[in-house]
Design a protein around this ligand. Structure first.
Ligand SMILES: Cc1cc2nc3c(=O)[nH]c(=O)nc-3n(C[C@H](O)[C@H](O)[C@H](O)COP(=O)(O)O)c2cc1C
Length: 137
């Protein structure tokens, strides 16, 4: 199977970010990532973002280094994964990028990562990170 590039980080949303602005980030991210074949998830919870991006290395590193990291709608970006992985994690879950916007979607992704955490170190790490992120709320 073709290897994929994975980037994962936590960040803090800007203090004055409204619900509408968060929705705008979600909508734009969903649209652009699905146009460009980027997979993964984006969550917002109590002033924090958690994102996993999976796809082509050149596209992802450029998106992350030149746009996402410098976006003033969030700060204190704390990177936890930035590397090539031998196996796609999200391919089997959902071929599309997904913003997690309700409890059902959250429960689904948690259950999926739990099952797959036995098979890959990346999904094990993501599963633990996601759990720690959810505990924040
Ligand atoms: C928390 C957060 C996550 C984002 N994730 C993505 C993303 O995955 N893909 C994307 O295209 N833009 C994302 N953005 C938006 C980019 O930072 C930037 O605004 C956008 O890429 C500019 O789009 P354009 O120049 O392609 O029109 C994100 C922004 C924030 C605040």
């Amino acid at each position: 199977m073709k290897s994929v590039y994975t980037i994962c980080y936590f960040s803090k949303a800007s203090e004055d970010l409204s619900e509408e602005e968060i929705q705008e980030i979600f909508d734009h991210t969903n649209e652009r990532n699905n146009e460009r074949g980027v997979r993964g998830i984006l969550l917002h919870s109590f002033g924090n973002f958690f994102q996993v991006l999976e796809g082509d290395e050149a596209y992802l590193t450029s998106l992350y280094d030149t746009k996402i990291k410098h976006d003033t709608r969030h700060h204190s970006v704390f990177e936890v994964i930035n590397k090539e992985s031998p196996k796609s994690l999200f391919e089997e879950y959902n071929s599309r990028f997904q913003t997690i916007e309700n409890r059902e979607q959250l429960d689904e992704i948690k259950a999926y990562l739990k099952v797959h955490s036995i098979q890959s170190t990346t999904s094990d790490k993501l599963s633990r990170l996601l759990r720690s992120f959810i505990i924040l709320d």
